[in-house]
Design a protein around this ligand. Structure first.
Ligand SMILES: Cc1cc2nc3c(=O)[nH]c(=O)nc-3n(C[C@H](O)[C@H](O)[C@H](O)COP(=O)(O)OP(=O)(O)OC[C@H]3O[C@@H](n4cnc5c(N)ncnc54)[C@H](O)[C@@H]3O)c2cc1C
Length: 480
């Protein structure tokens, strides 16, 4: 009740609206201040154990319905606490009237976007279930800022459990098996049946495949690695920094170059750049080969300007932690004091063991619909492999996972609604290239163009850097 209500007014209100719960006065506004955003009161759902399970400053019915349904499901599966896999009670599959079950594997870029689009497009009868082994969504593009101390850990990730407020059910478990013929997914604790499945499990990083990685290299591509890189850079007083790409393919083709440029900025600011060398070692023949020679030449030029040594065609073979060297096959050992490395990328083990890998070694889909050969099963983002007209593969990048998620969501929603969708992924994408010192470049292209992708690089400047910062802010606010 508002701050001016009396006990009598509250009783009248309760009687008039036949409310089954107590209505209490809030004369000095204490409750309002605690349970509102200062203007709109929160809607709060309290569980049988007295714990708040859902609160939001708007009232989204879908979120509340999903949370209440979850109570009933959990009550029906009370013994599930015994760590035995259980089969989740699913609505029968007879079209929209009784609801469809859409399961999304992975809460990274692709899974997060697909879940939101589907939740918005579908009726409350349909369940949108997202499974991820991590409790958090990590905005990976910001890992490079994290590595040079421009972001704190809490600033670049968000709890996936927040999605329940939006009517998306989140299951924080490891996916252990995907059975496309009997149409279920097995996780650590349960079997989840699906009508539609979106596989968005990304690429699995496998530093363990490189002997000595743990002793000598810091992983440029994960949160713990970038945290350690920042600590190491703070302690660095001069020497050789190496940025190494151990294997192909790897996600975000620009990231190793951005990392070297950011490290350059960091060391200049620290006053130790004069006593340091920065080297990039990569098996590629030029930076971002998929974007063509002009883009490669432009990035190589930026590296030269900053006195960063570039070693293309470096077929990495091994690291030797005792001597602090890295070696390319048939090459001389290269001494590195601080090694930032991109580990080998492989398809997720569960995708491989479930027999969903195609001849490319990754999941294969129609390049426009993202549908796999299995009915109602789609694969988006880094886990899939899309062959381009020039015989190369579409790069692994968030920008593509993002667009693909929208296409798949629209197609699934249309099918559930009995409509036909013409939504088609067009291979277009753009990305910022962070240069350090508050500047960035911007590249935009059509990767489905024939015979070669067409990519345009815009002149570098401060506005692009701010564009990247704003996109990060938007991303972490918009989806959570
Ligand atoms: C340092 C860095 C910088 C980058 N910068 C950019 C950029 O500027 N622009 C850009 O477009 N892209 C960038 N990327 C790439 C981009 O982040 C990825 O391409 C994108 O995240 C891929 O999305 P995805 O949904 O396919 O997979 P991911 O986002 O990797 O999500 C996969 C999810 O699946 C979960 N998962 C995996 N296996 C299991 C399992 N068995 N059970 C349960 N859950 C599982 C993971 O926990 C993860 O949450 C960058 C990446 C890095 C590392």
């Amino acid at each position: 009740m508002g701050p001016f209500e009396t006990t009598e007014a509250c009783s009248q209100w309760k009687k008039e609206y036949e409310l089954p719960f107590e209505v209490i006065p809030d004369k000095d506004g204490t409750i309002f201040k605690r349970l509102s955003n200062g203007w709109v009161p929160y809607s709060i759902l309290v569980g049988p154990d007295g714990k708040v399970v859902l609160w939001e400053s708007e009232f989204q019915e879908a979120g509340f319905v999903a949370a209440i349904e979850k109570f009933y499901q959990e009550a029906a599966h009370a013994p599930a606490q015994t760590q035995q896999p259980s089969t989740r009670a699913m609505p029968p599959r007879v079209g929209r009237a009784s609801g469809a079950n859409i399961v999304i594997l992975g809460g990274g870029v692709g899974g997060l976007v697909a879940a939101h689009h589907l939740r918005r497009a579908l009726s409350r009868r349909d369940s949108v279930i997202l499974v991820d082994r991590s409790p958090n969504h990590l905005f990976q593009s910001s890992l490079l800022w994290h590595a040079v101390g421009l972001r704190r850990t809490s600033e670049i990730q968000r709890p996936l459990s927040d999605l329940t407020r939006k009517g998306i059910e989140f299951i924080n478990e490891e996916v252990l098996e995907i059975d496309v013929s009997s149409r279920h997914v097995r996780t650590t604790l349960q079997m989840i049946e699906f009508d539609y499945l979106v596989v968005a499990l990304g690429a699995q990083l496998r530093p363990g495949e490189v002997e000595g990685f743990g002793e000598m290299a810091l992983n440029l591509y994960d949160l713990e690695g970038t945290r350690r890189i920042h600590t190491a850079l703070n302690a660095f007083s001069g020497g050789t920094v190496g940025v190494l790409v151990t294997d192909m393919p790897f996600k975000c083709p620009a990231a190793p170059y951005e990392a070297a440029l950011l490290v350059d900025s960091f060391l200049r600011k620290k006053g130790v750049r004069g006593r340091s060398e920065i080297h990039i070692y990569t098996p590629e023949h030029q930076p971002m080969p998929i974007a063509g020679p002009a883009m490669g030449g432009a990035i190589a030029g930026m590296l030269r300007t900053r006195d960063i040594s570039y070693h293309p065609l470096f077929p990495f073979e091994k690291m030797n932690p005792r001597e602090h060297t890295i070696v390319a096959s048939g090459g001389e050992p290269q001494k590195v004091d601080l090694l930032l490395a991109v580990p080998p990328h492989r398809p997720p083990e569960v995708v491989r063991s479930s027999g969903l890998i195609g001849s490319s070694g990754w999941m294969e889909t129609d390049p426009h619909t993202l549908a796999t050969e299995h009915e109602g099963v789609y694969a988006i983002g880094d886990v899939n492999n899309i062959r381009l007209a020039n015989g190369k593969n579409l790069p692994m990048a968030g920008v593509f996972a993002h667009s693909e998620a929208g296409i798949v969501a629209e197609r699934i929603a249309a099918e559930i609604d009995g409509r036909t969708s013409e939504a088609s992924f067009n291979g277009k994408g753009s990305c910022w290239l962070e240069l350090g010192g508050g500047k960035a470049g911007f590249a935009s292209g059509n990767f489905y163009a024939e015979p070669e992708p067409t990519v345009h690089l815009y002149p570098a400047g401060r506005p692009w850097h701010w564009g990247k910062v704003l996109f990060e802010r938007w991303w972490l606010h918009h989806w959570f």
